[in-house]
Design a protein around this ligand. Structure first.
Ligand SMILES: [Zn+2]
Length: 163
């Protein structure tokens, strides 16, 4: 299934820059994202957030207030991580989701930086830092996946935009 999704993305992304070439589907489980490539292709903020575990300013990103329908892809490897149907307004100023597209899409590790114990979330495909997950989300999951806009790229639904 992963391969099919990747192929669809590559075909759908004909006009995008070479990001789609770095798809992780070539060799499953082995991140193929090259840090030097990322430095050239990402903005400074996107690189800082995803590769150096930065956090964008709240209410500053592209997607914190977005209600557009579609899938949110990893900015580094194009893997679909979240979808608009599970996005909700958490009031924090960061895009918030109560569930990822699949548990296997996201890795969770304990983060004790800044004197807090938080659960960091990263892209399972390439290791990009996404944000943190907190246990204060809405039902049914009770989780809040707090993600930086800089880690995401919205692929809007083609069929959802009927006039
Ligand atoms: Zn990724």
């Amino acid at each position: 299934m992963g391969l099919l999704v990747c192929l669809q993305l590559i075909f759908a992304a004909g006009t995008l820059p070479c990001i789609s070439r770095r798809s992780t589907c070539d060799r499953e489980g082995e991140p193929l994202v090259d840090k030097e490539d990322l430095k050239l292709e990402l903005s400074d903020e996107q690189y800082w957030v995803t590769q150096e575990k930065g956090t964008e300013m709240p209410f500053s990103g592209a997607y914190w207030n977005s209600k557009d329908e579609g899938a949110y892809l990893c900015i580094c490897c194009d893997e679909p991580l979240f979808e608009s149907g599970t996005k909700y307004d958490s009031g924090t100023g960061w895009p918030s989701f109560w569930e990822p597209l699949g548990k296997a899409k996201i890795n969770t590790t304990e983060d004790t930086a800044m004197g807090m114990v938080r659960m960091e979330i990263t892209c399972a495909g390439c290791g990009a830092h996404l944000g943190h997950v907190f246990p204060d989300g809405p039902k049914p999951s009770g989780l809040r996946y707090c993600v930086n806009s800089a880690s995401l790229k919205l692929q809007e639904n083609a069929e959802g935009s009927s006039a």
